[in-house]
Ligand binder design. Structure first.
Ligand code: ARG
Length: 542
């Protein structure tokens, strides 16, 4: 038995190493990154595309190569011997087509089967990452945008975790700010016995928010009291803290219902957590000369942006940006995260661009050109639209409650299942529990998959009918394929472990080879989101 491929990296990574070695022999005078891609022609499985670019760099410099094709020939010839490669050929302007060895692919898949998919995890050059995702706001609606953030963020977190990176999954909830004065004061006045009553009695927080806002806007005396309440909350007065906690808890319970249905783990570290760090962080930025006065506010001017980044409002209060700066400081210095990723809709891109720039100006982050960590990224996504092409809502004005949306997905998949399972008015073969579990897996799975399969940056139209379809590229279809495979295994009447060990995989039929190549690409597909050019650079240096 071959040793497991732990640490070997994806096929691309392994081929890139060989190409790097060959390039050093072929053109020792120039430093160049290996360019290895999946082959687009039928003459190979992968291809090396370095020759053309190299030619334009070295022609006329007295090189002995006559043309790019000759460079390609030399790259192919100088590849170190390896059991990965069956053969190579050089096409046109020097593309080196690489055919993988059948037996090597078969062995690798066997290895994957016996030792687990984990052995094919991509190698990432970081140990710890922060994933800031979901992050709804207390007492405001958690909307489909937060659902997208939850699904995309959880997926990225899983990919990092799969790649052996420790992930701090952070729910950066909006749990701080002046609106809490209003909410707390309203709670005191509307529910004098607020300490005794359960969250049930307070009811829906969105309605509560609206009512308190209405009061705030229409009643100047209430407004005064609300503003005092903010001061007392921020001063740490116990009764105000307790009321704040109660309000947060009601929201939290609601958010948790969504996370539970989706099986998403998150650790809440809301805006309030970073509030105490803001003054010292701003002081540091001020000492570095970054903070300027502008129309009564404190701001940071950023090259390439018309308006500055406001970090202290005119009324002296902190804001979204100052909180994010403090949170970034904390993540870099206390949590020692090397990669910090924020998942929100694309509408917030400018905010992130600006505060990342501020962090670079402060020397917290290296210049991106240096291709170094620590590093921040904003992972944006498009809007979810309804069938009318507008922002997704159930009825014309009301927003969709996420829980109801998920419950609807489950209930639609359940009725579909029931229809298929019913014979003469009786459910065939299935227990109630099986029915529940399956409709959840299918329903929630459909929502997740529909979200992920769409281009992240463009808007997409939400449609239960499409996402629950058993035809085409849907979760149901995938789950069905999986169920069929399980059924084949079950019908073999053998233990899975036993099956894994019996017999060797061979890829004799052309279709088997195609399938084998797909499987073996798993690591590089799961690496794809991480392969920016500077990361490629790091991989090949390693
Ligand atoms: N609460 C924000 C919103 O609902 C998202 C927060 C994203 N995270 C961050 N660190 N800014 O839009």
């Amino acid at each position: 038995q071959e040793p497991a491929a732990v640490g070997a990296g994806s096929v691309k990574q392994q081929l890139s190493k060989l190409v790097t070695a060959s390039l050093r022999t072929t053109v020792p005078e120039v430093e160049v990154e290996p360019m290895v891609e999946v082959c687009t022609a039928k003459f190979g499985d992968y291809q090396c595309n370095n020759a053309m670019g190299l030619w334009s760099r070295i022609k006329g410099s007295g090189t002995s190569f006559k043309n790019p094709n000759a460079i390609g020939q030399a790259i192919a010839k100088n590849l170190p011997p390896s059991d990965i490669i069956e053969s190579t050929s050089v096409a046109g302007p020097g593309f080196v087509n690489i055919v993988l060895s059948n037996s090597w692919v078969a062995k690798r898949i066997q290895d994957m089967l016996v030792n687990g998919i984990k052995t094919w995890a991509p190698i990432l050059p970081v140990k710890r990452a922060v994933l800031d995702f979901s992050s709804p706001n207390i007492a405001k609606e958690m909307h489909v945008g937060h659902l997208r953030s939850t699904i995309i963020g959880d997926t990225l977190a899983r990919m990092f975790e799969f790649s052996n990176v420790e992930v701090l999954r952070r729910n950066h909830v909006g749990d701080w700010g002046t609106q809490f004065g209003m909410l707390i004061q309203y709670l005191f006045e509307k529910f004098p016995n607020w300490e005794e009553i359960g969250s049930q009695a307070i009811g829906d927080l969105q309605t509560f928010y609206k009512a308190s806002k209405h009061r705030f806007d229409g009643d100047p005396e209430f407004k005064d009291r609300a503003q005092q309440a903010v001061v007392r909350l921020q001063g740490g007065e116990e009764r105000y803290r307790a009321a704040w906690n109660k309000i947060c808890e009601i929201s939290r319970n609601e958010f948790d219902l969504v996370y539970k249905r989706l099986n998403v783990k998150l650790e809440e570290k809301g805006e309030s957590f970073y509030n105490p760090y803001i003054p010292q962080v701003l002081e540091e930025l001020d000492n570095k000369g970054l903070i300027k006065e502008s129309e009564g506010a404190k701001v940071i001017f950023i090259e390439g942006h018309q308006i500055p980044l406001i970090v202290v409002k005119r009324d002296g209060g902190f804001n979204y940006a100052s909180t994010d700066l403090a949170a970034l400081w904390y993540r870099l210095n206390v949590e020692k995260a090397e990669w910090i990723i924020y998942v929100t809709d694309v509408g917030q891109q400018q905010h992130f661009d600006m505060f990342f720039s501020a962090a670079r100006m402060a020397g917290w982050l290296p210049d991106p050109k240096e291709k170094k960590f620590p590093k921040t990224n904003h992972v944006g996504f498009g809007l979810v639209l309804g069938s009318d092409g507008k922002r997704f809502r159930t009825r014309s004005t009301e927003v969709v409650r996420l829980i109801e949306l998920l419950d609807e997905a489950k209930s639609q998949s359940k009725s579909e299942l029931l229809q298929r399972l019913t014979e003469n008015g009786k459910i065939v073969d299935w227990t109630e529990e099986e029915l529940e579990k399956t409709s959840e897996a299918v329903g929630y799975g459909a929502v997740k998959y529909a979200d992920l399969k769409n281009n992240r940056l463009t808007n997409y139209t939400f449609s239960f009918e499409q996402m629950l379809s058993d035809k085409g590229n849907t979760a149901v279809y995938l789950q069905y394929a999986h169920a069929r495979i399980c059924s084949i295994i079950r019908k073999s009447n053998k233990d899975v472990e036993e099956l894994k060990m019996s017999g060797a995989i061979s890829l004799d039929h052309p279709d088997e080879r195609v399938l084998g190549l797909y499987l073996i690409r798993f690591a590089e597909v799961s690496l794809a989101p991480f392969t920016e050019s500077f990361l490629r650079h790091l991989f090949h240096e390693a």
